[in-house]
Design a protein around this ligand. Sequence first.
Ligand code: CU
Length: 89
Amino acid sequence: MQQQMQEHTLAISGMSCGGCVNAVRKALSALPGTQVDAVAVGSATVSYDTGLTAVAALEQAVRDAGFDLDTAGVAGKTGDAGSGHGCCG
Ligand SMILES: [Cu+2]
């Protein structure tokens, strides 16, 4: 069996508290082949098996959990908390 683990960091906007962190962690860890390495307000680092899932699926899980991808970039701007997304409105 060939496992090809790839690490990916997602920049996420709309996170603002520990509840958001938990929601994102739960959403990502529910995907097949993923191992959530770290989640903080504004970002999540995940290792995933490229044979089982893809970055697009990770991003979709984040959106499904009620958050947005901060596609403007990991470096620099912090997500705009309080935009009405996530667990705390
Ligand atoms: Cu929250």
